[in-house]
Design a protein around this ligand. Structure first.
Ligand code: CS2
Ligand code: MN
Length: 356
């Protein structure tokens, strides 16, 4: 595995590359062209600039999170083929720049959903949290405003303001789009991009839906082992793989995370490791990475990754806001750096106890 850290790029992140390079064991950043809009073809020069900035700090660009998918591709309407062509152009640019992992998601309208971005925890930190009862009481059109008000002034990943300004239009576009339609549109997209992925050896890593069930009556298709295997089997190319995000799949306590890892052996191209604390069904909050602070057995999860031969990038996922840091919710330096240290420790112990 390669330990990495998500970085949103110059001007969009409170965390500096100079700080990331000092986290022990971090080799690369997972980044993106944060101001690109879904559907456009990426500019090679801008990607090169990101690589150069990282290299100046001894870091590589270990992958992209995310190249977002235009809603027309997800609904299967409008200008889908044109946007897929642009996606292929972007992959070509990335391949030529020697970048071989792309994380993306196929969630309608919203990326991840939370009811609170700063819920106080037992230790005085604040975390992102979810309560289905609160979500049920919110008008989806107000979601963006609610989150934006608590974003500490940062643009939240997956919540592009220009898309959110068209929220009603977006909901209308998904009317009549069933779970099966969404799945078929994903398969159509994957089949179209596999040749360029084969040519440049690019691993596509779909991010699970977060939370792992339909929200606001919108369909969700990457939610559990059965759905993930259906997706992997529909396009049986090694470049069609997943991001193993414990915090997203683990929103559903029925999901057995080590079992999912074993079932997806060879097709996990990226791992987001973090912990959640489940209070009640449909009610959880994010926790420190440590097993003892949440519900997941982080040792068993890391061990399953090690035993299945996982060798892609790992990054800590959302951290708590601690020590007075003001950052994008979930994406401060301190708690994610603690997460890296802990995950590196787990990995070292597991690999020394079980030499290959
Ligand atoms: C991330 C997702 O911040 C997060 O919750 O795990 O937003 C993830 O980056 C996207 O879903 C991937 O496209
Ligand atoms: Mn994730």
């Amino acid at each position: 595995m390669k330990m990495t850290f998500r970085w949103f790029g110059p001007g969009f992140d409170s965390v500096k590359l100079e700080q990331i390079r000092q986290i022990p064991g971090v080799k690369g950043v997972i980044t993106t062209l944060y101001d690109s809009v879904p559907g456009e073809a990426w500019d090679a020069g801008k990607v090169r600039t990101l690589k150069e900035l990282a290299a100046k700090n001894g870091l590589e660009v270990s992958g992209i999170e995310s190249v977002n998918i235009h809603d027309d591709i997800k609904t299967g309407n409008g200008r889908r083929d044109e946007y897929i062509e642009n996606y292929i152009k972007t992959l070509e640019v990335l391949g030529k720049e020697d970048i071989h992992m792309v994380c993306y998601n196929f969630m309608p309208v919203f990326d991840w959903t939370r009811s609170d971005l700063a819920k106080p925890r037992h230790d005085g930190s604040t975390v992102l949290a979810y309560d289905q009862k609160m979500i049920d009481a919110i008008n989806p059109a107000d979601m963006f405003g609610n989150l934006d008000a608590k974003s500490n002034g940062f643009i939240l990943p997956g919540w592009e303001p220009e898309r959110m300004a068209r929220i009603k239009e977006l909901f209308a576009a998904y009317e009549g789009v069933s779970e099966q339609n969404l799945f078929d549109n994903l398969v159509y997209f994957l089949k179209a991009i596999m040749p360029v992925c084969d040519k440049y050896d690019i691993n596509m890593a779909i991010h699970p839906d977060d939370p792992a069930w339909p929200v606001f009556d919108l369909p969700r298709i990457i939610t559990d082992k059965e759905h993930i295997l259906k997706m992997l089997n529909a396009v049986p190319n090694v470049h069609n793989g997943i991001t193993l995000c414990t915090g997203s799949l683990g929103t559903n306590p029925q999901n057995d995370l080590p079992d999912i890892i074993r079932a997806c052996k060879g097709r996990i191209h990226f791992a987001h490791l973090r912990n959640l604390w489940h209070e009640a069904p449909g009610k959880f909050e994010e926790a420190a990475h440590l097993s003892a602070d949440g519900t997941f057995d982080m040792y068993a999860i890391t061990k399953a990754l090690y035993e299945t031969g996982f060798d892609g990038p790992i990054r800590p996922d959302h951290g708590r806001a601690i020590w007075g840091e003001v950052a994008m919710p979930g994406y401060g330096l301190y708690d994610r750096a603690l997460g890296c240290a802990y995950l590196n420790g787990l990995w070292e112990a597991i690999s020394k106890a079980n030499p290959r």
